[in-house]
Design a protein around this ligand. Structure first.
Ligand code: KIV
Ligand code: NA
Length: 265
């Protein structure tokens, strides 16, 4: 078993090879994404939306994240598996953040964690890193703060927020984070961050001038019919494929076409 390492991800940035990352929440999907050659799998707290049907990422619990993460880890031979610390599992203080991290690492077998924020979470990042756990940062549109932002639109369009983002990114790098996700920020700002920092910057809605890309797998496979933001490229229309398959099954069952003689014992 050869898992991709944070050193390899760092080398990829240095060589100019872009890092591919997708979310995964279950065993079957993780098996497919891993075999298809994905570098990093993120057990995102977007599971709250795509798997559980919540409107925001806030309700998902640490136990639920561990369940998703352990399922993903069992499906992986090569990809580096990162797990989101969910809302409420790290903001209190750094020992709470470390305790949540240790539960994820022990109970799921994942390889690293991600948490949202910059200067606000400095102590927690330091404490988790000192326990030997790789930490990925997440800046820009941080969905756990949706009620502070009030909107899911692009962040850091104004100079003050852009400057804070760049200094937060530099801080996360100094603390020892191995990579940072930048979500929904202007491409020019993302470019500046990726050029200024030596660690990999992974974008979602952050343009092409970064060191890698991440998408929510259900979105890029076209499972969610309604969700069509500008940054999303759809690589399949699984919504149509799955709807047609299920409708055909219903039709065949009703018509007593399924099962036929060959499909019976
Ligand atoms: O939870 C998630 O899916 C994420 C990615 C969008 C980066 O954090
Ligand atoms: Na997330």
């Amino acid at each position: 078993v050869k898992i991709i390492t944070t050193h390899q991800l760092q080398n990829m940035k240095e060589r100019g090879e872009k890092i591919s990352m997708l979310t995964a929440y279950d065993y079957s999907m993780a098996t497919i994404l891993d075999a298809a050659g994905i570098d990093v799998l993120l057990v995102g707290d977007s599971a709250s939306n795509v798997m559980a049907g919540h409107e925001t990422t806030l309700p998902i619990t640490l136990d639920q994240m561990i369940y998703h993460a352990s399922s993903v880890v069992r499906g992986v031979k090569r990809a580096f598996v990162v797990v989101d610390l969910p809302f409420g599992s790290y903001q209190g203080n750094s020992s709470e953040a470390l305790r949540s991290t240790i539960r994820i690492m022990k109970e799921s077998g994942a390889h690293g964690i991600k948490l949202e924020g910059g200067a606000e979470i400095k102590e927690s990042v330091t404490r988790i890193l000192s326990a030997g756990v790789p930490v990925m940062g997440h800046l820009g549109l941080t969905p756990q703060s949706i009620y502070k932002f009030g909107t899911y639109s692009v962040r850091a369009k104004e100079d003050a927020e852009a400057e804070k983002l760049l200094s937060d990114a530099q801080l996360l790098q100094e603390l020892g984070c191995f990579a940072i996700v930048l979500e929904k920020v202007p491409a020019s700002l993302a470019k500046k961050v990726a050029e200024t920092l030596h660690i990999p910057i992974i974008g979602i809605g952050a343009g092409p001038h970064v060191d890698g890309q991440v998408l929510v797998v259900h979105d890029m496979l076209g499972i969610n019919k309604e969700f069509k933001p500008r940054f999303l490229r759809r690589y399949a229309d699984l919504h149509t494929i799955m709807t047609d398959a299920v409708a055909n099954y219903v039709k065949d069952v009703k018509a007593q076409d399924f099962p036929n003689e060959k499909e019976a014992y």
